[in-house]
Design a protein around this ligand. Structure first.
Ligand SMILES: [Zn+2]
Length: 750
């Protein structure tokens, strides 16, 4: 609720700023004043200050990495060989070197002589020429397109900022300007710009350039007043800026632009050519003071505004996600949490977020107060590292060891290749012996079906499933699910996974792959693969943009849903949905994501991080991939909690986050709760009927409510926290309403 209020306030603020500036920009356009107001761009964006590795990914998890190391070694050997070749100096190439070097020296001497000639000998002549007349070629910025959410709420928009310059010689410095005139000028400029008189006086009397910047960040109104008062003695410049009205909302996905308004990360980068538009130009001839020479022609080429993009992001679900992640950070003590929410049937990304988050209007520091304090105490190196992590779109740019969530893929491969069916049984006595290794389980699970094995997240059973399926079939299925390809999502920086190939895959590799160890994938890959179970076995390509519209709002292009391929049969998909639902509802392993009335399914994973080439003892990343309702999936998600410190295991770190997002989103999407008989009983047990407490003394009313395990709130809230007794005039909810125990009943004193 508080978050929502905050968001509204932000909206209003943004709206005011946006509207004002948008309006004024339009006004400039229509009066044809563009050439005067248009100017190049200025450095206003903090973004540009930090190096940002877009393609850099961070690998967290168990690294096999042999092929990469080999490639590196090859490159190194190559380079050494080349160096060895060139360092051998024979008499023949010595002559060549001497001749070559001599020629370069000669060229440089010639160049220096020529520069000297223009700069010293003919300098005066050139200066006079330049002063009397110059061609001015001014670029006119087009308006960068808007980024909308799926309901046409603005997520990023173009704004124009105004700067006021003054010709100090004619405004102030000339000896024939009287003191009274000077005072009047200072006073007027101060009142227009809102700066104090001292500042204005100092700027006007500064030594050096005639043309100085008096004030920036002004409105169109302000600069117009200045022009009315001072005519051509002042000059106005505009710069196109980018404004993100919701602060830190969906920051990584939106990305940001550089100082000259070019997209440099996220959707701003991916869709730069769509959003940017085409620059216009005016070419005119002016004298030394910048006045257009009479009789000369001004050529004007109109800019073409950028198109806008309509994303698949649903701001309501995105805000559910962001608030759940914030709570999750506090409860788990994690270093980072990432979440993607999709529609499994279309591949639409409904929400995508990573905390800690940042405000793209000021991307050089984290957004939250707590993280900001942490950030300030870091060394410059740590800050750089922190920022690049913060800007990274973790959902597509990071690979991690999926651990047990991958058991779903193994189970599907087994069902699809018929190496397992509903009659298959697996036995777990706490470990399984494969090759020379003893692969251990977290428990002793005894005899289990495939469903129970996934439900218990039993490593030996899934190792057996993988061995029964065989390297070729398992690998083929992994390939079909898209783990060897990028998903092709419309975001920059999607990285490659690490999957072992079946050639030379030994039994140990096969068994451990079966329970998700020794491979590394991106969060979006796992989610898309699991989504196919919710889409009748068909893999969909994920997407973030569904429509491109022009500046008039007309649709230029519609981006259709894209089927990649059928991965498993309809029957296997159904069986997998059943296994996922069993995991959350019945196995006890995923119960933290259970929402009464909604058929939630899922699977957790916990993987130890690799530090210094070994599995770290207490550093894990934990995850939960989930979907609901399992009879007709509307929504799916993955939540990854990195380095939780307060609780461990996906069920307890990510489970509550999944539950919160799932429950709110399904309600918001209008999915009705359907209670099972036992759920209905539970719900009934936990509910009470609100009694009538009106017309009685407040202390009696409170006693009545407390007996029924109901909370109360007095309205209006007593100022000092203490209340005199009063007669209850009204109540909310009304008598007879069924509510959960612990609900709040408002009692009104007036
Ligand atoms: Zn087991």
């Amino acid at each position: 609720m508080a978050k929502k209020r905050k968001a509204n306030k932000k909206d209003n603020k943004a709206e005011k700023k946006g509207q004002k500036l948008r309006k004024s920009k339009k006004a400039v356009r229509s009066t044809g004043l563009d050439d005067k107001y248009a100017y190049g761009s200025f450095d206003f964006d903090e973004y540009g200050k930090e190096a940002f590795s877009r393609d850099g990914y961070e690998y967290r998890g168990h690294d096999t990495g042999d092929s990469r190391r080999d490639k590196k070694l090859d490159l190194k050997r190559d380079r050494m060989r080349r160096e060895a070749d060139t360092s051998r100096i024979t008499p023949r190439n010595r002559t060549r070197l001497v001749v070559g070097f001599g020629f370069i020296l000669f060229l440089m001497a010639l160049l220096i002589f020529r520069m000297g000639y223009w700069q010293i000998v003919r300098a005066d002549e050139l200066r006079t020429m330049a002063a009397s007349m110059q061609k001015v070629d001014t670029e006119i910025d087009p308006e960068r397109g808007t980024i909308y959410d799926s309901k046409m709420n603005v997520l990023a928009e173009a704004v124009t900022e105004y700067e006021l310059y003054g010709y100090t010689q004619y405004l102030y410095k000339d000896t024939d300007i009287s003191l009274r005139e000077k005072l009047a000028t200072v006073r007027k400029l101060a009142s227009i710009t809102g700066l104090d008189e001292g500042t204005i006086r100092q700027k006007l009397s500064e030594e050096g350039d005639n043309l100085v910047l008096l004030a920036d960040g002004l409105t169109r109104d302000q600069v117009e007043k200045a022009e009315e008062a001072f005519g051509s003695l002042v000059s106005v410049k505009t710069k196109a800026a980018r404004y993100y009205p919701n602060d830190a909302f969906a920051a990584q996905v939106l990305g940001g632009v550089s100082a000259d308004n070019v997209g440099r990360s996220g959707l701003e980068y991916e869709y730069n050519s769509v959003l940017a538009g085409v620059k216009g130009r005016t070419v005119r001839t002016t004298d030394r003071d910048g006045n257009t020479v009479s009789g000369s022609r001004t050529k004007y080429y109109e800019p073409k505004d950028g198109n806008s993009i309509v994303t698949t992001i649903d701001s309501v679900i995105q805000s559910f996600v962001e608030s759940a992640l914030e709570t999750g950070m506090k409860k788990t003590g994690a270093s980072q949490i990432t979440c993607i929410v999709t529609n499994p049937k279309t591949g639409d990304i409904l929400a995508m977020a990573t905390t800690p988050e940042y405000d793209p209007n000021n991307s050089s520091e984290p957004y939250s107060k707590k993280e900001k304090e942490k950030f300030k105490k870091m060394t410059p190196e740590e800050q750089t590292e922190y920022l690049s992590r913060m800007w990274t779109i973790d959902a597509v740019s990071t690979i991690y060891e999926p651990g047990s969530t991958f058991k779903l893929i193994t189970a599907a491969a087994a069902l699809e290749s018929a190496s397992a069916n509903s009659k298959s049984r697996y036995y777990c006595n706490g470990s399984i012996h494969v090759g020379n290794y003893n692969l251990r389980c977290l428990g002793v699970h005894g005899k289990q079906s495939l469903k129970e094995a996934v439900g218990n997240s039993c490593n030996p059973a899934l190792a057996q499933v993988a061995l029964d399926t065989g390297a070729d079939d398992l690998y083929n299925c992994i390939d079909m699910f898209g783990f060897n390809d990028k998903t092709g999502i419309d975001l920059p920086g999607e990285t490659n996974s690490i999957v072992k190939s079946p050639e030379g895959m030994g039994d140990v590799d096969l068994a451990t792959t079966g329970y998700g160890q020794g491979i590394a994938v991106t969060p979006i890959q796992i989610l898309c693969a699991v989504n196919s179970f919710g889409n009748d076995g068909v893999l969909m390509k994920p997407k973030l943009v569904k429509r491109i519209i022009d500046s008039e709002g007309k649709t230029v292009r519609t981006i259709e849903d894209t089927e990649v391929r059928r991965v498993v049969s309809s029957e296997t998909a159904e069986k997998m949905r059943d296994i996922m639902e069993y995991y959350v509802a019945d196995s006890g392993s995923g119960d933290q994501a259970y929402v009464p009335g909604y058929r939630v399914g899922g699977k957790t994973g916990t993987a130890n991080l690799v530090e210094g080439g070994r599995y770290a003892k207490n550093a894990t990343n934990t995850s939960f991939v989930a979907m609901a309702p399992m009879d007709d999936p509307q929504i799916s998600m993955i939540v990854i909690v990195y380095r939780p410190t307060k609780v461990q295991y996906g069920n307890f770190t990510a489970g509550p986050i999944v539950k919160e997002i799932m429950e709110k989103s399904l309600q918001y999407l209008g999915v009705e709760r359907q209670y099972t008989k036992s759920e209905a009983k539970e719900v009934k047990k936990s509910q009470v009927e609100v009694p009538d407490v009106t017309g009685i003394d407040s202390s009696d009313a409170i006693k009545k409510l407390e007996r029924l395990e109901l909370n109360y709130k007095i309205s209006p809230e007593p100022e000092d926290g203490k209340t005199e007794n009063f007669v209850v005039l009204d109540q909310n909810p009304k008598e007879g309403t069924k509510v959960d125990k612990g609900s709040v009943v408002y009692i009104y004193s007036e």
